[in-house]
Design a protein around this ligand. Sequence first.
Ligand code: SF4
Length: 291
Amino acid sequence: MLQQTQVRTVIPYFENFTKEFKSLNSLSKCSEKKILKLWEGLGYYRRARNLLKASKILVKDHNSKLPKTFEEIKKLPGIGSYTANALLGLVHEKPVIALDGNVKRVFSRIINKTVEQINFDKLIKINKKKLLGSKRNSDFVEAVMEFGALICKPKDPKCEVCSLNKVCKYFNSSKKIINNRIKMIQIKEYDIFCYLNKKKQIALTKKNKLGFLNEFYLPKIKVTNDEFKSKDWKFLKNYKNFISNKKLSINLYYKFSNKIPQSFTWYSVNNNKELIPSFTKKIFNQISVLF
Ligand code: SF4
């Protein structure tokens, strides 16, 4: 849940989730529809699907226990090297470093070399005794993550209170490395066409062939094309929506009609049992002024 999402946002989701599923077994028996609804608003819905798939495999093939080797854990859906190492350390107390962006940044600052300049496997191997000699491996894995999030932060690290400041080359150097890569923001323009009816419903389809969000029900969406004249549609407004590193400029059109194309289904604007992603909810909010 915490990938790409702030802790503050995740807490109520985590609490609901753990209230709903008291055991791995109960999670494994959940329907995909239900798990997606509980995940609604967190984005990156593949994580929820993978969690469900992994729980089924663990119950069926591993007696509801987490496997003990890196290779076996990594075979589970959605688990990469970072998560496999984090689980080995946190659950099985194995001496590992879970290398994510935060941890790489901490190491890179301590030796004042950019992330690109460092061979992390080699660095860990050379410093194995110093790094992996703890008797409390799960606390160590957790501590390194927290250290990157709370002390050696991406912006304004708290060097003055940091217990490593005497040995940290970044802190003691007059030529400090710069690690921050500025992500390019792509701006794309889309036209969204909403079929509406008087029952406060909107027609959605899965047949949009859009690279992102293509697994969800959405109104008709097209990349803005100047030649396309939307004469049957009324223009409502333009608004912006961010999705990962994309900034979308959206022109919203609507028409009230009881006839909809075959691949569309009516959905309530106010109340749905299915997952409605934030992107679609934002559309619902905009059109709600029309009812
Ligand atoms: S002294 Fe500053 S840069 Fe160095 S590890 Fe501590 S917080 Fe990070």
